[in-house]
Design a protein around this ligand. Structure first.
Ligand code: NAP
Length: 439
């Protein structure tokens, strides 16, 4: 009997796991479940809408799912439509690849004011994620503060600062493009609580900030260090060198007539969000870095702004019936193995860090655990049992063929240079599938 595996989550971690399992040579049947009707997780809902080249990775993932051995069960939510207990009874192995869909919260006074958004919500909004289409951020503002010095903070700043022309080639949903196009926003402050050496953004993303047609990056030369301290790994040192070169280039640029600016403000720790019900500003304390940590200097300044986006990291959420390490925000696991029959990959395994390809080793390691635990022999029926329980519960499963119908409709209705016009509501996707074109 083939080994049956359910992978929960169809983002990169889920697909790399399916790929590794297929390559293992075991007789295997894999079902990939996703609570959304659309596959690919953060590739669709997290990768920036102006980074279409990055999204092409899905063509590789598609190859994984085209054979009979792998099936997609979209619109099926573990915990709502089927429990983990049921899945474990049906499948030999269950692999959690559910990512980290929540935000690390800004916990300063005023963080609950209107106009403060976490990056998961804000990025989800401009990516048309069905959970966040109702966010409706007020962009009738001239200045925004983005807290954080990671790639997500850079993405958010760039999406706000990119020209209308540049946005037309993206798959920003219409509501987000209209809101950003209509926004009088001119200044975006990018706040790092530590210095340029500690910034987490990668160099390609940083350099892109200097290539925008309507926006100039502003860097204060006095915030750039003369030397890089000892003790960094070679890889980290190379990245820091490249970032410092880029930041020096930005700092040396004189004033130009571009209408927007992204201000890199390092050594700046938010203290409080100012205003009444709505955000009117951000109070910030100047820091210095001691032993790798940001320490307040007592020097306080305010930045007047109408929106604050906290891009300070993502966070996974506890899953019913599965232990959760609240302090680390992960499912406790031993390099991906929770116990025989239950495994974790990607951000739920190791926290929200790394780029897309960082998930590949997780899939390989989970496969090694599964091979060792089962010796290639399965006992549980898997797919027929899942299909039966979902049919009994009236769940409208979205197959991969269904997804291709959604995808074709999105591509056909794209306007101008946009690659697609995303469906942003699950109801609309299901209506399409249940209509004449659907299966
Ligand atoms: P991240 O890389 O971990 O960056 C989080 C940032 O928030 C850090 O600068 C951190 O500063 C700061 N921060 C954390 N807590 C804070 C607080 N309380 N106050 C002020 N600042 C705080 O996280 P991310 O940007 O969300 O990205 C998640 C992962 O996705 C990363 O691995 C990223 O590279 C990846 N990603 C990649 C791309 C791409 O390749 N284009 C695009 C998007 C995301 P400290 O360093 O001082 O803690």
């Amino acid at each position: 009997m083939p080994l049956t595996v359910a992978i929960i989550g169809s983002g990169p971690a889920g697909f790399y796991t399916a790929d590794a399992l297929l390559r293992s040579g075991m007789a295997i049947e894999i079902d990939i479940l996703d609570r959304l009707p659309t596959p690919f997780g953060l590739i669709r809902g997290g990768v920036a809408p102006d980074h279409q080249a990055t999204k092409k990775i899905i063509k590789k993932y598609e190859k994984t799912i085209l054979g009979e051995a792998v099936q997609f069960f979209g619109n099926v939510e573990m915990g709502r439509d089927v429990s983990i207990k049921e899945l474990r009874a049906m499948y030999d192995a269950v692999v959690l690849a559910v990512g980290a869909p929540g935000d690390r919260k800004l916990t300063i006074p005023g963080a609950d004011k209107n106009g403060v958004h976490g990056s998961a919500a804000f990025v989800g909004w401009y990516n048309g994620h069905p959970d966040f289409t109702n966010l409706e951020p007020n962009l009738d503002i001239e200045t925004a503060c983005v807290v954080g010095n990671g790639n997500v903070a850079i993405d958010v700043a760039r999406i706000l600062a990119r020209s209308g022309d540049g946005r037309a080639r993206t798959d920003l949903p219409g509501y987000a493009r209209d809101a950003i196009d209509a926004s009088p926003i001119r200044d975006v402050w990018l706040l790092g609580r530590r210095g340029p050496i500690d910034a987490k953004f990668t160099n390609v993303e940083l350099r892109e900030m200097g290539e925008l047609t309507e926006c100039s990056p502003r860097v204060r030369p006095e915030q750039l260090p003369d030397n890089i301290p000892d003790g960094l790994s070679d890889r980290r040192r190379r990245l820091v060198e490249r970032n410092l070169d880029t930041l020096r280039t930005f700092a040396a640029q004189g004033d130009d007539d571009k209408p927007k600016c992204v201000h890199f403000e390092f050594f700046a720790q938010p203290l409080a969000v100012l205003g009444g019900e709505r955000v009117e500003g951000l109070r910030v304390e100047r820091t210095r870095v001691e032993n790798g940590r940001a320490v307040g200097t007592g020097e306080i300044f305010d930045i007047s702004c109408g929106m604050v986006v906290a891009a300070i990291g993502y966070r996974s959420e506890p899953l019913a019936g599965i232990p959760y390490d609240d302090a680390r925000g992960i499912v406790p696991n031993s390099n991906g193995r929770i116990e025989k029959g239950l495994y974790a990959v990607g951000w739920i395994k190791r926290g929200p860090s790394g780029v897309i390809s960082s998930n590949r080793p997780d899939g390989i390691i989970a496969t090694e655990h599964i091979m060792a635990d089962f010796d290639g022999r399965g006992e549980k029926s898997g797919r027929p049992a899942l299909e039966a329980i979902l049919a009994e519960r009236g769940v409208r499963v979205v197959s991969f063929a269904d997804w291709k119908i959604i995808e074709a409709a999105e591509e056909t209705s794209a306007v101008g240079d946009a690659p697609r016009r995303k469906f942003t509501s699950i109801k609309e996707m299901l209506a399409l599938l249940n209509g004449p074109q659907g299966s």
